[in-house]
Ligand binder design. Structure first.
Ligand SMILES: [Zn+2]
Length: 348
């Protein structure tokens, strides 16, 4: 099978992008459709122009494909780097992956940029030619969602929590500006935010062909639009950023809600989980313990400071400081978490 590579320029910045088709194409199909596809893409992306295009056999694109581990048959995980978003990593900092059934594929999360999502798309296509029917987004944060358009082009329906679409729509402009600044023109090249097509209000089961995935939307915790995905076949739950390992947890929802959710993780028969950041596989439900421990201590210390009448500024100097442990990016995220916790708990 062949993939279409198009050199696209935005002002003076040019890069070769992968433009997926809804169905895999052979060489003749790829070449017959390439003009229409590249023209269509440029029409939908203001300011870009086509500089060149070619159809390339998927086997020759291995070095561009994301590295994945098949943790269980048909269950692939790509580990994001535990480091800040930047030009060098193109925002490849969150765990993503895909699950292959008898009839279709579901991709989970899309990375911070088109570049990262194209790599994941190529990883899918290097393993299977089945249709990519779903892109499942675990929550709104840009490191998980900004590459989504690649999978929309590949024919996927984008599904998230029922609260996801509104949450992303209201932040689209800010997320785009922020990531563009952090990634730079080269790594951000081609990236355009797209919203989810459909939302899950409570729970829903989708079938990839002899492989059911249980999607579950949760009350506000890490964010107000967290979704978990349970693949019964591999006994694995994709937790999104409800679980962090190595990377300091980031609070953008409710500390009370998050603690409640992780304290009550059901023993649903799952054995493994995929956290949003850090190692791509942990035990279920025990993998949530470090996140839960951090949040519980942070809440305790915050309540104590509020009770003692400390101002936010005073409290911020010490809340959570003894929780540093082995967490990475601690100085970036702990103060923000402490601020969120203080603001939430001040009124309880
Ligand atoms: Zn997040």
């Amino acid at each position: 099978m062949f993939e279409l590579l198009v050199t696209l320029c935005l002002s003076t910045v040019c890069a070769e992008r992968v433009l997926p088709a809804a169905m895999p194409t052979d060489k003749a199909q790829c070449e017959a459709s390439m003009n229409a596809r590249s023209t269509g893409w440029v029409k939908a992306h203001e300011g870009y122009r086509v500089k060149g295009q070619r159809c390339v056999a998927i086997e020759t694109l291995d070095d561009r494909a994301a590295k994945t581990t098949e943790t269980s048959p048909g269950h692939f995980v790509h580990e994001g780097l535990v480091e800040p978003v930047g030009p060098k990593n193109a925002g490849d900092i969150a765990n993503t992956g895909f699950i292959v059934g008898d009839k279709a594929v579901a991709v989970i999360d899309a990375g911070s940029s088109r570049k990262v999502a194209e790599a994941l798309y190529l990883a899918v296509r290097s393993k299977t030619q089945l249709p990519i029917r779903y892109l499942l987004l675990t929550h709104m944060h840009p490191d998980h969602t900004l590459g989504a358009e690649v999978f929309k082009e590949a024919g996927a329906e984008i599904v998230g929590s029922a609260a996801l679409q509104q949450a992303m729509a209201s932040r689209a402009e800010a997320y785009t500006a922020n990531l563009k600044r952090l990634l730079g023109d080269d790594a951000f090249h081609g990236t355009k935010i797209v919203l989810s097509d459909r939302g899950v209000a409570d729970s829903e089961t989708i079938d990839l062909g002899q492989r059911e995935l249980e999607l579950r939307a949760h009350p506000t915790a890490h964010t107000n639009n967290d979704l978990t995905i349970y693949d019964k076949t591999s006994s694995t739950v994709w937790m999104g950023d409800l679980v962090f390992l190595t990377h300091t947890p980031a609070l953008d929802g409710s500390i009370v809600g998050w603690i409640k959710l992780l304290s009550e993780l059901r023993k649903n028969g799952a054995k493994h989980m995929v956290p949003g950041h850090g190692p791509g596989r942990a035990a279920y439900p025990d993998g949530a313990k470090p996140t839960l421990g951090y949040l519980t201590s942070l809440a305790q210390q915050t309540r104590k400071a509020i009770k003692a009448g400390e101002s936010l500024n005073t409290a911020l100097k010490h809340i959570g400081q003894d929780l540093r442990g082995d967490w990475k990016e601690f100085d970036e995220f702990n103060p923000r978490n402490a601020t969120s916790a203080y603001v939430e708990l001040e009124w309880e």
